[in-house]
Design a protein around this ligand. Structure first.
Ligand code: CTP
Length: 408
């Protein structure tokens, strides 16, 4: 049971689907967890289940009509939107999600959702083919990019007779997911975290470039984990094979030089800087304005050294700031890592042997060793990049605490 819910105001939106009855069980569980639950139903939802059921379970009048203002001193949808700590919509129909994606506000629930600044969790339920429909998936993608969280439907026998994905997640599962989303202690609340991710692109001409295999997955996993710990996260991302997570500020760059500028603009305010990007060490001396035409049998491109962003950050590091570098190695891991840590003046260096299976570029897992100036701090066997991210942030948080104690 989520501890977070105790004393929180939760708006439970119920839209018109057969699973509306499960919304009643969810309402009851939210009340049992100590939440003050305010139910908002759409006009179609009341065709499936009576508002009286929710009124009895929540001990509050149920809102359906935007214009049915019971209390003249407030505007109901704005008042509820402001007071909500969390809005959950269960079940959410395809039509409701389309309206939300478009920003429509034609009833109490959609206007409230436009006005609220509380986190929004949507639990879809519909026929298997409706769920798989590209329009529905597109709307869900749009909403996810805006930071709306989804609790995916389950698979099984659907009310329409089909068997497949589309069944509203069970109320117990929804409660467990809420626990996972909100029970994390917000250890990094008020902290600014700057992360670089992906591989830089160094242009040869308008259609050709030098790059590397970095996917951005490690940097994005750190960004997502830091956001979940309450940090204000900015990711400077070069070329990546995945999208940045929702809820973080993403700044796109191409080259090492662009990344350097983007980082320098923001580094003074950052409490934590994590440089997981794979930055090209060299760039072409010249970038042609037009596509280069082929001439003889060989071609030579002269490369010049790129600025070392991490080293610059090491020089600029202010007291209390924690700087983390990464090192992709294929040999003498410990020696190279320790050397890099000292040369680039970082507090921690995360080293991975990219020649190992399950580590490094493109994979969803990593195998890393984390060093500080005294030596090995953590030796993490193969695990998901997300798990590595959480452990790294726990180590960084400890250092921040020590710095805070040292300053006091
Ligand atoms: N890095 C950087 N700017 C560069 C090159 C690297 O900021 N121009 C950062 C990376 O983001 C990473 C760390 O430095 O955090 C280590 O990168 P790596 O390429 O492994 O190290 P190098 O210093 O380039 O060392 P070497 O080429 O000797 O392996």
């Amino acid at each position: 049971m989520s501890q977070w819910l105790k004393g929180k105001t939760v708006v439970l939106g119920v839209t018109g689907g057969i699973a509306a009855f499960k919304g009643a069980a969810l309402c009851s569980k939210l009340v049992q967890a100590g939440a003050d639950v305010r139910v908002v139903m759409t006009a179609s939802a009341v065709k499936f289940i009576a508002p009286m059921t929710f009124q009895a379970l929540s001990r509050h009048a149920v809102a359906v009509d935007t214009f049915d203002e019971q209390d003249a001193s407030v505007i109901a949808h704005i008042d509820l939107a402001d007071r909500a700590d969390l809005v959950i919509v269960a079940p959410a129909t395809a039509n409701f999600m389309a309206k939300l994606a478009l920003g429509l506000g034609d009833d109490m629930l959609t206007t409230l959702l436009l006005a609220t600044r509380a986190p929004i969790v949507v639990c879809p339920a519909m026929n298997v083919h409706m769920y798989a429909n590209p329009a529905v998936q597109y709307n869900m993608d749009t909403l996810a990019k805006r930071g709306i969280r989804f609790i995916e439907p389950g698979e099984g026998q659907l009310a329409c007779g089909y068997v497949g994905k589309g069944r509203l997640a069970e109320p117990e599962e929804i409660m467990a997911s809420i626990g996972r989303l909100f029970d994390t202690p917000k250890l990094l609340a008020g902290k600014k975290v700057l992360i670089t991710a992906g591989g830089t692109i160094e242009r040869i001409d308008p259609v050709r470039y030098l790059t590397n295999d970095s996917s951005g997955k490690m940097g994005f996993a750190i960004a997502d984990a830091a956001r979940e710990l309450g940090a204000d996260v900015t990711v400077i991302a070069a070329r990546t094979s995945v999208e940045p997570p929702a809820g973080v500020k993403a700044v796109r760059v191409e080259s090492a030089e662009q990344m350097l500028h983007a980082v320098l603009e923001r580094c003074a305010q950052a409490d934590i800087i994590i440089k997981s990007a794979a930055v090209a060490d060299y760039r072409p001396l010249e970038t042609a304005d037009q596509k280069i035409k082929k001439h003889g049998e060989t071609m030579t491109i002269t490369l010049v050294r790129n600025p070392d962003i991490l080293s610059r950050l090491g020089e600029l590091k202010r007291p209390g700031q924690v700087l983390v570098g990464f090192a992709a190695e294929t040999e003498r891991l410990e020696e190279n890592a320790q050397d890099k840590l000292r040369r680039k003046k970082c507090d921690f260096l995360v080293a991975n042997d990219v020649s190992l299976e399950g580590a490094g570029f493109g994979t969803d897992t990593n195998i890393v060793r984390i060093y500080n100036e005294d030596g090995l701090v953590a030796d993490l066997p193969q695990q998901t990049k997300r798990e590595v991210a959480e452990k790294l942030l726990a180590i960084v948080y400890d250092r921040l605490q020590q710095e805070g104690v040292a300053k006091a």
